[in-house]
Ligand binder design. Sequence first.
Ligand SMILES: [Zn+2]
Length: 286
Amino acid sequence: MDITYRYDPHASVHPRPSRTAEDVIHNLQEGHLRYRTMIDRVERELVNEERQAPIVIEASPLSLGFSALGAQVQAPHALFLGCSDARAPIERIFDQPSNGIFVVRVAGNVLGTECLGSIHYAVMNLRSSLRLLVVLGHTACGAVSAAVDSYLSPHDYPEIGYTFALRSLVDRLHIAVRGAARSLARVCGVDVKQHPEYRAALIDTAVYLNAALTAFDVSSEINAIRGAHVRVVYGVFDLADQHVRALPVDSQESNEKIFGEFPASSDAFTELGDLIASSLKEAGRI
Ligand SMILES: [Zn+2]
């Protein structure tokens, strides 16, 4: 099949301005839909062997990363804290141009001092354009899987967290893993540990909980910055079907929310864990 980038030298070199966090969410939803439409068409041609019309992508110099007009003023409308995983390229998932989003990527999308420094910098210095902060996890995350394995098999912890650097990642994820284990036991019964899909369900639940809890932590941090007006949400990119969503529900839902509100208390954290576990149970994944 043909995919054509149509370069328009007269297209705007400035990203579309966003006045509110809701504008930004709408913009990101549209971009994600464009990405998924492309995936869908490629899949239909490659897997189902349905002949598809060529895909033409209108591209401005900006969206291709070219800036022949000199350095632009940095003006992202959203900040993402995502995982370093090579399968989760954030600009592509949301079809965002250069200068559209400010991205911090670290394994397991955990908060550390340096990544918080990047976030503080952006919130303090890019406040004229920045309206939204998204913590984006992804399914089958290696860092979360390592934390789950050290929880299920404490005997292996010395190997999993052998270095200080690895330990600092894995240890930060344990709160989400333990919350996930508690919710799965409450929703599915304590015997859920014997289920052959228990480890996979624990990883899935912990991935969503980790993104949500990190969003809460980031929000607490940036609230301390005077004059900060950035809304914080979370989402999870599902590698299996390439959808971003706030809960692991059926991908065919038309009004699916791609981002969710973070839990603002320990009770809300518990409720969200139960909701995620129930969602996996209803989907027959545990
Ligand atoms: Zn990951």
